[in-house]
Design a protein around this ligand. Structure first.
Ligand code: COA
Length: 162
């Protein structure tokens, strides 16, 4: 059984992330979507909300497990005994940061040979990011072609309450 971890803040998950997860699920038997708890950025959705939204999206796909994590990604990987990390590449500009992160994770996970597998996103999502979605929503633009329905509904609800 081949397993892998797809880490991110997913604030919110977008169709670009989902495209990467679908590509990965054609290669791996189990994918752990690892939602980071603490990041320098103050989140739009709480971690529990992000996890719930992602679980709803993949409720019919038993290959996909959604969990939160905090601390180093390699520590999470070691705890799960899963030593492959998935990352999506959207454009050349992602490469330098991803290259650095992959090498740091390889160094930190040297005993267990942690490695990173890169998947190219569909070009129609190459411009997409979570913060762009948040900004469009705040400015009352249409986000429905960038995120699944449940995420769009949750964003609109949160903005109405704020
Ligand atoms: N489609 C759409 N958007 C995408 C995307 C895709 N395929 N891939 C990335 N993005 C977006 C993300 O939504 C995010 O948007 P935002 O900055 O507007 O919120 C942006 O691109 C950056 O994504 P990413 O690089 O995945 O950052 P992240 O915050 O989602 O996740 C972690 C970063 C969690 C993987 C990384 O910080 C981590 O591993 N942290 C743990 C600490 C650690 O181990 N550090 C040592 C390693 S350096």
């Amino acid at each position: 059984m081949k397993s892998a971890i797809y880490p991110g803040s997913f604030d919110p998950i977008t169709l670009g992330h989902i495209d990467i997860i679908e590509r990965a699920s054609r290669v791996f038997d189990t994918i752990y979507i690892a939602v980071i708890q603490n990041k320098a950025k103050s989140p739009f959705f709480k971690i529990e909300e992000r996890i719930t939204l992602i679980r709803e999206i993949f409720k019919d796909n038993p290959k996909i497990k959604v969990e939160g994590f905090d601390g180093l990604l390699v520590d999470y990987a070691n705890a799960k005994k899963v030593y492959t990390i998935i990352r999506g590449l959207r454009a050349l500009t992602d490469f330098e940061f991803e290259f650095q992160m992959a090498l740091i994770n390889r160094k930190l996970g040297i005993e267990t040979n942690i490695d990173t597998v890169f998947l190219m996103t569909d070009e129609k999502y190459s411009y997409l990011s979570s913060s762009a979605v948040r900004e469009i929503a705040k400015l009352k633009g249409n986000i429905r072609e960038f995120v699944p329905h449940n995420v769009a509904d949750a964003i609109e609800k949160k903005l109405k309450l704020s």
